[in-house]
Design a binder for this molecule. Sequence first.
Ligand SMILES: Nc1ncnc2c1ncn2[C@@H]1O[C@H](COP(=O)(O)OP(=O)(O)OP(=O)(O)O)[C@@H](O)[C@H]1O
Ligand SMILES: [Mg+2]
Length: 509
Amino acid sequence: MLEANGGAENAGIPLVRAEGIVKSFPGVKALSGVAFECRARRVHAIVGENGAGKSTLAKIIAGFYQPDEGRMVARGREVTFGSPRDALTAGIAMVYQEFTLLPHLSVTDNIWLGHEPARRGVLNDANMKEQARDLLMELGMADPPLSTPARRLSVAEQQIVEIAKALAHDPSLLLMDEPSAVLGGGELDHLYDVITRLVDHGVGIVYVSHRLAEIEALADDVTVMRDGCVMWAGPAERTNRSDMVHHMVGRSLDETFPHRKTEVGDTVLEVKSLLLPGTEPEGISFHVKAGEILGVAGMVGSGRSRLARALVGVESTTGGSIKINGNQVPKSGPRAAARNGLVFLPEDRKQLGLVLDFTLAENISLPHLGRVSKAGVISRSLEDRLATDAIEELSIRTSGPQQAAQQLSGGNQQKVVLGKWLAAEPSVFVLDEPLRGVDVGAKAEIYRLIRDLADRGTAIMLISSELPEILGLSDRIIVMRDGLVAGEVASRDASEETILSLAVQEKSA
Ligand SMILES: Nc1ncnc2c1ncn2[C@@H]1O[C@H](COP(=O)(O)OP(=O)(O)OP(=O)(O)O)[C@@H](O)[C@H]1O
Ligand SMILES: [Mg+2]
């Protein structure tokens, strides 16, 4: 199944070469004269800040966009891809940064959707299921939910199906745009194994990621982009992390975390014996104080996101209490929670955090309609002002507040979701993986904003799979395992090892 179209005899040949690629969107030049190539048996990483043009370049190679200028050569022949189908025919498949699954279709149907009818003719239903199962198991799904509609999958599961869908085309060149952003420990290991195996079979991989540690481990070649241009390209052994960052942002970065400036205050959020399925009989108890950042660590699937969703009433609970400043919070949904001062930033920004058809200004002002209305009518200029502040504060790369959220780069969309809630100054802010897909420069900025918010008295609950982030930013850390709180540590006493050992301890131990 993982046999490449090309086979080993083509090792070292550029599978694709792009020259002088220019691409503009209304108001932005996304790429200005970019050269890029990927060879068989190589992992070629593309790094750069949010909005640098990484996805645009990958989408041009995959036939999703057509370049305004420049040419593309695939295996020595000049090609013009009018659509992703043309690229697929040439053996080029892509895993997109945004989700592409059709929510109501089953996993199997999503994987085979868009395959040539002739190809499909050869495959009968049983065969399709069989192959889908094999692919998903290789990616680490123990019991692939083949008949489940995609909308019922977790974000990580959806991502695994996206990867399987690309692999089902047996590509000789596979472009992966932030494939790892939503995956955790075990899932990542499977992804890396599959990549290694594909490369051994002669496939070339284009890998876009903000995780520089991952780039260092995986990449054979690296291209660093900034503002639509290539700043550096070469073999991975000729660069390192700090050089990459320097090329990306044009300066060296202070990678330290901001310190707390105020004393921690009284308890703001108090959760007692909260009962979710599987947490009986004792349930989940913890608290967060004013000005405190409580880190929530744990493996993927340990129940961190489920707990966060339960706090705002989108996950059902069978008992226990949630109090903010001593008042019971009704478990009737995010709106009611927000009225009580508890705001939740979900990990799945596409489904819950952002209205893609709305402009950036509309998205940011959505929770603050009172502030941007005059006599009950929404004022475009007040809305724009609120958005302009957020654009500046978070360095969102956009042509302006009236740009559709849909058109922003992935990381910039994430910043909009954050901007929307930072302006609300809630009593409790629950952040689920807020820095996923955000570039190194913006990360430092967002760390500062989160700490500032805490310094102004907000109680913050920060869920993150990045241990250095949890350790650097939190005052106190709870570690979850099997749906329950397995332990608590003060962050000054904690190390990655203490957290990991709490996160993975056997239940019986
Ligand atoms: N369909 C579109 N319409 C208008 N502008 C777009 C569109 N797609 C991308 N852009 C703009 O082109 C620029 C490059 O975007 P791109 O998505 O390639 O960035 P990226 O490097 O992938 O960033 P990220 O790390 O955030 O994913 C950005 O300014 C973005 O807003
Ligand atoms: Mg992108």
